[in-house]
Each structure stands twice: as C-alpha cells, then as structure tokens.
Design a protein around this ligand. Structure first.
Ligand code: ADP
Ligand code: MG
Length: 572
C-alpha cells in the first residue's frame, strides 16, 4: 500500500468522532457558538433524542453571507486573532465543530449579520451553493438525521430519553455561566428549560432549586491571581450522585478530575464516601494559567499549578462550611416539621388512634430545668439553653426564637473528632498508658493489617503491636478513652485500613481512622446528662468546627423556629 493523504471528508469524520460523540456534544458546540456570537437569547429544539432534529437559534452577531462557506470548512475560525492559543477567551477556537457536525448529518445554517441573510446546506460533508435567505440578525443551525452518514455511531447512543437528559444537562451548565442570556430547551412535547435573562442568583436558583440556595453557603476567595467563588451545599444537603456539581473555569463549564477531586477533598471530613455535595464553583484566573486546549471537547483543563488551585478550593470550601455556624438546615427542619403534623383523619377520641407524638417527654429528674436558674435571655447562644434530655440521647434546648433538638451521640462524635484532629496537628494526640496492656483476639487478616499500620495508628493515639498471629496487644489509647469497646474499634479500624487504597491521600486516610476512633470514643446514646453537662456540650458544639454534622454527615441537631411551631399548631 502506498502512503496517501486522507481526503478532507475522512479527516472531518475522524475529527467528528472526537468532537461530536453524541447529540449532546452537538448541542454543546452549537450553543457555545451562539454564546461566542454575543447572543442574548438562545433557543434549542431537540427531537427524537437528537437524532431527528437539533435546531439552535440565536440572535447573535450572525455570519456574513460571504463567509458562510468558509465557516463550515475545517480549521476556519473567527476567534483566534493571531493564531495564539495562549489568550483564549471564547468558548470555541478550534474551528472544528461545524465541519465535523456537517460531515455526519444533513446540516443547514441560515444566518444574517448586518447585510442580507443567506443559507447553506451540507449533506454528509458535501456543501451545496450558498443561497439568499431572509432572517433577522442571528443564526439558525439545523441538524437532521445526525450520524446517518456514520451508522456505527448510532449503536453507541443511549435511549432518546437518556440523550435528551445529557443534552439538557449541557444547556443547563452553559446557562448557569450566562445568566444574562435567555435559554429555552424544547423537545417534541415538552419545554424542559425556559430561562429568561436574569440575575446570577436567580439563574442558580432556577437550575439548582430554591432548596439548594437555602442550604448553601457562599464561597469567595482569591489567592495570587486565582479567584474561587460560588455556592456550596451544607454536608446535610448531599446527594447520592454528583449530578449537582457545576464547575466553571473562566466561565467555561468543565468536568475535570482535579476539580471534582478538590470538591471531594473539601468534604472528606463531613461526608461519607458515596455522598456528593451540590456545588456551583466559578474559578477565574489569567488565561495563561490554564490550558483549555487539552481535549477536543474542551471540557477538561490543565492548570499550570494544579496543587495550588486544589489547595485554594479545598481550603475555601472547608472554611465556608465550618464557619457557617448555626445556620439552620432547612431541608431537615422541613422534614421534621412535616413529621410533626398530625396525620389526617385522626380520631382524637381514642388514645390508640392519637397521632404518634414525636415528643414523648420523659424528663429524668436530673434533667429537669430549674426555670429560675436559666441565664438571662439576652445572652443568646446559637444552640440556646438546655431544658431537658429525652430518651437518654436527645437534648431539648430553647433559643430566643425557637427550639433545638440535639442528638448527643452525633454531637459528641463531632466534638471528639475535631479535638483529636486539633491535637494531632498541634502536639500529637494526648494518650494514656494502660496500666495493664490489653490483649485482644482478632482474625489473622486484621492482625496483619493493623500490625502493618502501627505508625499510622500511633498518630491516632493507639499504640499496639501484633501478639502472635491472632491477637494484638494494646499499650496506649487516647487520653480519657475510658470504657471504650476496644475489640469493636480494632475491627472497624482493620476494615477501614483494608478498604482504603494505598493511592488514597494520607491525610484522608488518617482522618478516616480518627473519625472511627471518635465514633467509638463518644458518649453513646443512653447516657443521662445533667443540665450543666448538657449546656457544656452545647457550648462545646458551638466552638467546634463543622458542628452541624457528625462524621457520617448526619445532622447533630435540628432547629424548630417559633414560626415552625406556630405552623404546627395552625396559628399562622
Ligand atoms: P470555532 O467555534 O472553534 O471558531 P466552529 O466550527 O464552531 O469553530 O465555527 C466556525 C466559525 O463560524 C466561528 O468561528 C464563527 O465565526 C462562525 N459561527 C459559528 N456559529 C456561529 C453563530 N451561531 N453565530 C455567529 N457566528 C458563528
Ligand atoms: Mg465552535
């Protein structure tokens, strides 16, 4: 075989394989073009999962009739003034999208810049003549029968509904970054997005929901010339999937491992694996700090200094969620309020039918508040003053404008965990030597795993070594680690160690081990506390970072405001 150059058509189809993997990528390229053209309104029609019709209409700058045939040629772009790939400010720049899409579909552009409008059709890469067409300023790009020219591609597509979801997700992401542009997304029978031009805040709330806004904290930090801003959810508003994570670099939506890793790292302490926070993060930096030309779809980026960017994001988010203090978690409060409402059709005549009261108060003698001894109300604490303990685990406290219910086990777990971390980072964890070293029988695998990790374990305050093949001997435990169930703790630690991969960042791994220690160290439910002990716990919670959740991401307290109470009793 002789070496020969590929035809233009073949080159375009190869490029199409990278740029237009699926209908959603077509939508992405075309909506980005419309944004680059300065449009204030962009309308997407998406039929048959994108295979029968994709039409994107905009009111942007348009394409001059004399340039239409150039626009569909490979590597033709109006966006790189001087061939420099350094100062990229537009979403597009490779000049690949239109020719790639046109090579695998029946394609048509109608556009008008300042003079008269024109249109051009392309069938599987073969252009027809440019013809005059009437239109207002702006552009329509219409794609029918996507991939009809490359049927093999069709086999890799998801169901129509799956492709529609993907495409809508792309439009949502772009819409988040461009609130001053109106967007619609319509399928054959539904208007799935209808966003007018609006403020950034309104746009975020439209795309992520009011619930998110109510459960999110603002992040805003800058270091050197990098800025990180946005909204991140409280850990208690986490989801089972990462679908509500939106990251932008210089206003370009990206799905980037560095960024998702940084988000995971920021929540590592407050969320268990498999739970994902909702976040909207805008990262802006000088264009020479980041390379966007890493992948044909331009959804990955490469920072010149990834470690710095990661540290900035992790630090900023951690601080924001730790600082929000007693901000109430409305999802939980709402769920709580809902559960307080009496069932409908309840027969109040008979006790058996009475609604299950959520507060069956059993005040142990020790826990009864002496009303006269309550401190002055003007000294307001976020978690208020303890009134009672119920069910040997829940602390009821009163604040200026409502009630707080604390899960004392969860709260104590968080306090101990944060204290252990602080000690570890400052002078090392305070430990106590056991008068009589304790021998604990375990399975051989656990013994091997624990014995291999003695250094790490010592960092968590546990001094131990293997004692034969089926036991370990413990010599030191964290101070005040009284009557802990050591065998259970060691089993949990061995599990933790064998599940964690060696690739896992060391800090994460020791933090997880500390969390496990804290969990077994904590006041289990069932301990009766005196009022002063309860108040001490509340004050300590207020001083503790991340005090709203335990180490497993469950809330440590819920708040019922007076308004909530009034609603419960139908007073408002
Ligand atoms: P790129 O966006 O990388 O420049 P494309 O193939 O997507 O490459 O588009 C080629 C050119 O066509 C663009 O540079 C732009 O000049 C023009 N163009 C495409 N879509 C539009 C649009 N909706 N409005 C105005 N001009 C457009
Ligand atoms: Mg483009």
């Amino acid at each position: 075989m002789r070496i020969r150059k590929l035809s233009e058509g073949t080159i375009n189809r190869i490029a199409a394989g990278e740029v237009v993997e699926r209908p959603a990528s077509v939508v992405k390229e075309l909506v980005e073009n419309a944004i680059d053209a300065g449009s204030t309104q962009i309308d997407v029609v998406f039929r048959g999962g994108g295979k029968s019709l994709i039409r994107i209409s905009d009111n942007g700058s348009g394409i001059d009739s004399g340039e239409l045939s150039l626009a569909i040629q490979r590597h033709a772009t109006s966006k790189l003034g001087d061939d420099s790939l350094i100062e990229i400010t537009s979403l597009g720049f490779r000049g690949e999208a239109l020719p790639s899409i046109a090579s695998v579909s029946r394609f048509k552009i109608i556009s008008r810049a300042d003079a008269d409008g024109a249109e051009i059709e392309v069938e599987a890469g073969h252009p027809k003549e440019v013809a005059p067409a009437s239109r207002q300023k702006g552009t329509d790009v219409e794609i029918r029968d996507l991939f009809f020219a490359t049927p093999a591609r069709l086999k890799f597509l998801k169901s129509d509904r799956g492709e529609t979801t993907e495409a809508l997700d792309i439009v949502r992401r772009l819409a988040l970054a461009h609130p001053r542009t109106g967007f619609t997304f319509v399928t054959e029978d539904r208007r799935m997005l209808d966003a007018p031009q609006e403020t950034q805040h309104a746009r975020i709330s439209r795309i992520l929901g009011d619930e998110f806004i109510a459960n999110a904290v603002v992040v805003d930090a800058a270091a050197e010339d990098i800025r990180v801003e946005g909204l991140v959810s409280l850990p208690t508003y986490a989801r089972g999937q990462a679908t509500l994570q939106f990251a932008f670099v210089n206003n370009r939506p990206v799905r980037d491992k560095l960024l998702s890793g940084a988000i995971r790292g920021a929540y590592a302490d407050v969320l268990p694996p498999g739970r994902y926070p909702a976040v909207v993060l805008f990262i802006s930096c000088a264009t020479n700090r980041v390379d966007v030309n890493v992948h044909p779809a331009k959804s990955e980026v490469r920072f010149r200094d990834p470690g710095f960017v990661r540290a900035l994001i992790v630090g900023t988010i951690r601080k924001a969620i730790a600082n929000r203090n007693a901000q109430s978690n409305t999802v939980i409060t709402k769920a709580a309020v809902a559960s307080f409402y009496p069932q409908t059709n309840t027969n109040f005549g008979g006790f058996a039918e009475a609604p299950q009261a959520a507060f069956t108060m059993q005040m142990p003698l020790a826990g009864r508040a002496d009303v006269n001894s309550l401190p002055e109300p003007h000294q307001e604490f976020p978690l208020g003053y303890a009134l009672a303990q119920t069910h040997e685990n829940y602390i009821l406290a009163q604040t200026g404008d409502g009630l707080i219910l604390v899960d004392q086990h969860a709260a104590h777990e968080r306090i101990v965990y944060e204290r252990l971390k602080r000690e570890r980072d400052q002078q090392g964890i305070y430990t106590q030597k056991l008068l009589v070293p304790q021998v604990i029988n375990l399975d051989p695998t656990s013994v091997t795993v624990l014995d291999a990790a003695t250094d790490e374990l010592q960092n968590t305050g546990l001094l131990l070594e293997a004692f034969g093949e089926t036991a370990v001997i413990i010599r030191e435990v964290p101070a005040a680690f009284t009557n802990a169930d050591l065998p259970t703790l060691l089993h949990a630690l061995a599990d933790e160690l064998s599940n964690s991969t060696t690739a896992e960042v060391m800090e994460n791994r020791t933090n997880k081990m500390l969390a496990t220690v804290a969990c077994h160290y904590s006041v289990r439910s069932g301990r009766i506390l005196r009022i002063d002990e309860m108040n001490a716990l509340l004050r300590e919670m207020e001083r503790t970072p991340n005090f709203s959740e335990c180490n497993h991401g469950r809330p440590t307290f819920i708040r019922l405001s007076l308004t909530d109470l009034e609603r419960l009793f139908g007073r408002t």
